[in-house]
Design a protein around this ligand. Structure first.
Ligand code: PXP
Length: 237
């Protein structure tokens, strides 16, 4: 079964636009679970422009499904994750000012750094995932650094999908095979949507988890959160 982890950063962005507590990020996370989400993802950034540290602490005891915290492993981020102890941490190579993650790690260049950080999380019993492109070498070095899983950066798939779905997914199928051969778990995320998710899953049915935020929250404006989550889940059957 491929798990659906809902990234609730956009909900926090909406809340922060007015300074109050509407929408209530904690309630939305719990409702996502009630409506069938298999996990909740947050991406706290140093400027707290969407998810705040206080949200991360408050979510931990409330969640009944898998909690995934993603972000750049700064000292502050590492300390937060070690205190909160989520089920999974996903390491992303984005700079503090970046709009959104737009590339995977160079796991070869950063092997020593990643190995040290991954080891600290492992010793705390937290499953680790490293955000990578489809480049086989990057996946191999993620394995060498000690990652439990990789998360494939799916923006190139989503962009190429409308023109030629088969061509768009081909490098991801190859990368998924490399990942399986190395004995790593496999996640995927970025720009996945109701349009492109089912085809991705059909081609890589052994995916462990997809992490979806932007498109899902936008769809919820039209369909409502409950129906939207069900529709995303249906893409993973
Ligand atoms: N995975 C990672 C590592 C991300 O940084 C993001 C965006 O925060 C996502 C998945 C989800 O991407 P999207 O919001 O496009 O669904």
């Amino acid at each position: 079964m491929t798990k659906l982890s809902v990234n609730i950063n956009k909900v926090a962005t909406l809340r922060n636009a007015r300074g109050g507590n509407v929408p209530d990020v904690l309630k939305v996370a719990q409702d996502c679970e009630r409506f069938g989400a298999d996990g909740i993802t947050v991406h706290p950034r140093p400027d707290e422009r969407h998810i705040r540290k206080s949200d991360v602490y408050a979510l931990r005891p409330l969640l009944r499904t898998e909690f995934n915290i993603e972000g750049y492993p700064s000292r502050e981020f590492i300390d937060l994750v070690l205190k909160v102890k989520p089920h999974q941490v996903t390491l992303v190579p984005d700079s503090p000012t970046q709009l959104t993650s737009n590339a995977g790690w160079d796991t070869k260049e950063n092997q020593a750094f990643l190995a040290e950080v991954l080891d600290a999380f492992k010793q705390a019993g937290i499953r680790t995932s490293v955000f990578v492109s489809t480049d086989a070498e990057m996946i191999e070095y993620a394995a060498k650094a000690g990652a439990d899983r990789v998360e494939l950066y799916t923006e190139p798939y989503a962009t190429a999908y409308p023109k030629n779905p088969e061509e768009a997914v081909a490098p991801f199928v190859e990368a998924a095979k490399v990942t399986r051969r190395l004995g790593l778990g496999l996640n995927a995320g970025h720009d996945l949507s109701l349009e492109n998710l089912n085809f991705f899953h059909k081609n890589i049915p052994w995916l462990d988890e997809v992490s979806i935020g932007h498109a899902l929250i936008c769809d919820a404006l039209y369909l409502g959160l409950q129906r939207t989550i069900q529709e995303y889940k249906n893409c993973l059957l």
